[in-house]
Design a protein around this ligand. Sequence first.
Ligand code: NAG
Ligand code: NAG
Length: 222
Amino acid sequence: MIPSRLFSIAVLFVYVCSGKEPPKLPLKWTARINITAHHVDKTKDYPPWLKRMKVLYDYENKRFRAEFEHTNRTVIRRYDQGKEFLVTRVDEFIDCRKSKVRESMPAPSLPKEAFYVGEDFVLKEKCDHWQEDFGTLQVDIYFSIKTGALVRVQVETVEKTEPVRLTMPDLTYDVFEFEEGSPKEELFALPADVKGGEEGCERQPNDIGFPYVHIFHHYYRA
Ligand SMILES: *[C@@H]1O[C@H](CO)[C@@H](O)[C@H](O)[C@H]1NC(C)=O
Ligand SMILES: *[C@@H]1O[C@H](CO)[C@@H](O)[C@H](O)[C@H]1NC(C)=O
């Protein structure tokens, strides 16, 4: 009796000390994301201080699409089919490029170093607050307690720690209109304004591809 009780207490002790279990990251969802660069001059058009995108994310079926609303660009990555597209629009001009995709889709992940801070209200949502601390930089990560939805990631510079900690935001990813579930496959088709379908897209030299999109800092990229 006593050894088994001691064992239970030991297990409980280890559990409590190791903190809260990391959240299960949603693997398939649709959302809009605003990315705010806090140090960019808001009176100038370029570079943009606010980037807006609509994201369709499906890690289970290995598909990704982003509509960049501030530039009218579209990125489609079909890891399931080994190909990707970048559609650029300037005034009436439309340009579609394609490439092969050889790597596999990066899995979303929260770093092991992230630790649980507590509960916080962000974008009117009661959130679990996680943090990564790099000394002069910290990253705050928020998930809805009720639904597990992504809510915000914010990269901050630590200005001082004494007498009180003071941080200034550098970059914020705000997620809204989040809906969990696999987006329908037809939503990953080429946009209708690309004439001639895939044949109308120019191949990237050597299929070098397009840069990753950081969707939710680098915890989600595709
Ligand atoms: C995202 O940006 C749009 C355009 O400025 C704004 O209307 C909207 O309120 C923003 N949403 C969030 C959650 O920041
Ligand atoms: C994106 O497209 C809309 C609608 O055609 C247009 O009003 C807007 O100026 C375009 N934005 C850019 C950055 O080209």
